[in-house]
Design a protein around this ligand. Structure first.
Ligand code: SF4
Length: 392
């Protein structure tokens, strides 16, 4: 059996995007791979460092969802990253094998800096604009003074003023919107060192268990490239002890949020695995649909409707009829949503029942036992690493 490591940052109760995007896949993998499923709480610390106490409760809630979805502690090792200190130890070793510029090129880091920049522009836009106005006024005064001294003609004065203003405004706009190479560094004060290094910790997570396979979506393949580079470098410099992990390409269904955009907690458009029936009914009722279909009888476009997308995700049996009747106008959105609601309820109810029967104490026990098993493997790998490095 090949070894797989996969994990999630503990962010609390999971939504159906996690269920269909990750957990369904993990459940199947348990049968054919040696699976390690990690609660990546050190990773959570990179952004939740001001409130680490919330991570514990988030861990319990998340793991209950894992168990409810069929992740089985008898078939997979379910563990907490911070309970296996070897992760941080291997992280230190790996951090010597990767350059700063390589980390700055990491797509997730670039994305994060882009978000920070957009946020900063939003909050400090006024300040930036004020600065631009002041700089423009300075330039006008400068030109006025020059004109007094040099007796420029009106035409020359106009053209000089125009050139200076263009220069100032272009500089200001460039600062506002242009992302220059290496700009990530200028946002360094907003990003902690841990966040920059998180792909190195991720490499340690995978290689500590000699993970050979990492389940990823097509767009995430670059994310494991760094792990592969680190494994190769370690093997070349010291001793060939690490496998070079391969991506296991997995097609994840697109699970839209209730507003049709990507489902995410920050957008407030999620449907939780543990959603209460009354909240679920309200969320489905309020889902957006094809804006051109206002009443029954109007022809609809299922291909752009998130309700239809969820019918597909939840495998509603009469999907073809729904599609046909939506297009013809025979089906109204209210009835279509009622069908979706009962389909979601039928799917989630058994999971919710199972979840309700799992206590915090049981989760703690599973995580303690899983972390103990993970640590046995981690210790053996670190012994090999020390042997390869030949330190004192
Ligand atoms: S009938 Fe259903 S699929 Fe068609 S637009 Fe309305 S909610 Fe969407």
């Amino acid at each position: 059996m090949k070894t797989i490591l996969s994990g999630m940052r503990p962010s609390g109760k999971l939504h159906i995007g996690h269920l269909f995007g990750v957990l369904e896949n993990w459940r199947k993998l348990q049968d054919s791979y040696r699976c390690y499923f990690e609660v990546a709480d050190w990773h959570a610390m990179t952004t939740e460092y001001r409130n680490p106490r919330a991570i514990r409760q988030n861990t319990l809630e998340m793991v209950k969802d894992w168990l409810a979805a069929g992740i089985d502690p008898k078939r997979a090792v379910i563990f907490v990253q911070s309970r296996v200190p070897e992760h941080t130890e291997l992280h230190i070793v790996f951090s010597m094998l990767v350059s700063l510029s390589r980390l700055l090129r990491n797509p997730t880091f670039k994305e994060y800096v882009g978000e920070l920049k957009a946020k900063e522009l939003k909050t400090s836009g006024r300040r930036v604009l004020d600065r631009l106005v002041e700089q423009t006024l300075d330039r006008i005064l400068e030109v006025l003074q020059q004109e007094q001294q040099s007796h420029l003609s009106a035409k020359e004065y106009r053209s000089l003023l125009r050139a200076r203003l263009k220069e100032t405004v272009a500089e200001g706009l460039n600062r506002l919107f242009h992302t220059t190479e290496g700009e990530e560094l200028s946002y360094g004060h907003l990003v902690n060192y841990g966040f920059l290094g998180y792909p190195v910790l991720q490499a340690a997570d995978i290689l500590l268990y000699k993970g050979e396979v990492v389940p990823v979506g097509e767009d995430q393949v670059p994310h494991i490239e760094l792990t592969r580079e680190i494994a190769r470098r370690f093997n070349e410099y010291y001793a060939p002890i690490f496998p070079v992990p391969e991506p296991l390409l997995t097609r994840f269904p697109r699970v839209p949020g209730t507003d049709g955009k990507r489902m995410s907690k920050s957008r407030g458009n999620t449907i939780l695995i543990s959603e209460k029936p009354e909240d679920l009914a309200q969320k489905v009722r309020r889902m957006i649909t094809d804006p051109q279909k206002i009443r029954r009888g109007d022809p609809g476009r299922p291909e752009i409707c998130p309700v239809f997308a969820l019918h597909r995700v939840f495998g509603t049996p009469d999907l073809e009829a729904i599609e046909r009747d939506c297009r013809s106008g025979a089906l109204g959105c209210v009835d279509c949503k009622k069908k979706l609601l009962s389909q979601i309820q039928a799917h989630l109810e058994p999971l919710q029942e199972k979840r309700a029967g799992i206590s915090d104490a049981q989760v703690v026990e599973i995580l303690e036992e899983g972390s103990r098993r993970a640590r046995e493997v981690a210790r053996r790998t670190m012994a090999e690493v020390h042997e390869a490095l030949g330190l004192f």
